[in-house]
Design a protein around this ligand. Structure first.
Ligand SMILES: *[C@@H]1O[C@H](CO)[C@@H](O)[C@H](O)[C@H]1NC(C)=O
Ligand SMILES: *[C@@H]1O[C@H](CO)[C@@H](O)[C@H](O)[C@H]1NC(C)=O
Ligand SMILES: *[C@@H]1O[C@H](CO)[C@@H](O)[C@H](O)[C@H]1NC(C)=O
Ligand SMILES: *[C@@H]1O[C@H](CO)[C@@H](O)[C@H](O)[C@H]1NC(C)=O
Ligand SMILES: *[C@@H]1O[C@H](CO)[C@@H](O)[C@H](O)[C@H]1NC(C)=O
Length: 267
């Protein structure tokens, strides 16, 4: 009995080390560490979180569809179809044609996935859009007046940032594709860190993601027991659009949500 368990145990270890060779002293997957010199990150806090915890490669490089799907699943319990919504446009930011992988810093290329009116980054016009910008982020926080972020305050924060960008940045640009991406990002952080049904997330979790690029495990968060799907992301994103206090834009997005990156998965 004991030896059988031992054999099974060793079998499992063998499989693990064969499929994932690890360098001596490598940090285990799940453990948080800030990026080291030469390791690259993106303007997207959630992808940076996954790299900081080692679910994505810690160097932020050479991310394939398979690697992205595993990271979304293991780190956040998000379905492969959710991961592909990110991956398919992301791989096109690789400056070399026809690639099957991307590096996180490829996402910094302006107006591909990276867009104006971000919640935590200055527009590319002002600043390196990869870098967290305190001024911008403090503006976002002004929309979060209670300890719970809901679809209404999340929609207001997104719209507020877009409006101040459009008023101040002489090169402001946000077409329908970027608008879809931006709405989707707001839906995504609520879904990954909060509750789908109510469309709410504790503010402190959102803050830890943006401010420390760390999973808010110590604040009581754990990944969902059921994988979150692309359908749930679209649903939550639609609720963000529906709660955006800007009737003209809402009408346009209700017609236009089928445009852009969301379209090909929205069936
Ligand atoms: C990138 O990953 C692919 C597999 O996804 C692998 O074939 C290739 O050698 C890797 N390249 C580098 C530079 O690590
Ligand atoms: C990229 O792929 C397309 C379609 O398969 C092909 O037409 C094109 O020549 C490729 N470009 C390069 C640089 O390999
Ligand atoms: C942060 O963004 C604001 C405008 O949104 C800009 O004026 C400021 O220069 C940026 N901060 C840094 C450190 O670049
Ligand atoms: C928005 O702009 C980007 C970058 O110029 C472009 O790739 C994309 O096709 C545009 N989308 C629409 C709907 O025009
Ligand atoms: C989102 O899904 C819920 C069911 O969980 C449904 O009641 C609601 O109508 C959906 N909302 C949208 C905008 O699709």
């Amino acid at each position: 009995m004991h030896s059988r368990i031992l054999v099974l145990g060793l079998g499992a270890l063998g499989t693990a080390s064969a499929s994932r060779p690890c360098a001596p002293h490598a940090l285990p997957e799940g453990t948080w560490a800030a990026p080291k010199e030469g390791e690259v990150r993106s303007p997207c806090p959630m992808l940076n979180v996954l790299a900081n915890h080692g679910f994505l490669p810690r160097d932020g490089k050479n991310i394939s569809k398979t690697i992205a799907r595993a990271a979304f699943k293991d780190g956040l319990n998000l379905d492969p179809d959710f991961s592909d919504i990110m991956f398919d446009p992301a791989v096109l930011t690789n400056p070399y044609p026809n690639q099957t992988t991307f590096d996180l810093d490829h996402l910094n290329r302006h107006n591909l996935l990276e867009h104006d009116g971000s919640l935590s980054r200055a527009d590319a016009y002002w600043d390196d859009s990869q870098v967290f910008n305190t001024t911008v982020y403090e503006e976002t926080l002004t929309y979060f007046q209670t300890d719970t972020v809901d679809v209404k305050s999340a929609a207001a924060a997104r719209m507020g940032r877009v409006l101040s960008s459009s008023r101040t940045n002489p090169e402001y640009y946000l077409n329908a594709t970027a608008e879809s991406i931006s709405f989707g990002e707001t839906g995504a952080y609520i879904l990954a860190l909060g509750d789908f049904e109510t469309g709410t997330v504790p503010l402190e979790r959102v803050r830890m993601m943006f401010e420390e690029e760390r999973l808010p495990t110590e604040l009581g968060w754990s990944k969902g027991t059921e994988a979150a799907t692309a359908a749930q992301l679209f649903n939550l994103t639609q609720r963000i659009i529906d709660n955006t206090e800007f009737p003209a834009l809402r009408a346009r997005m209700n017609g236009g949500i089928h445009a852009g990156v969301m379209a090909k998965h929205h069936h």
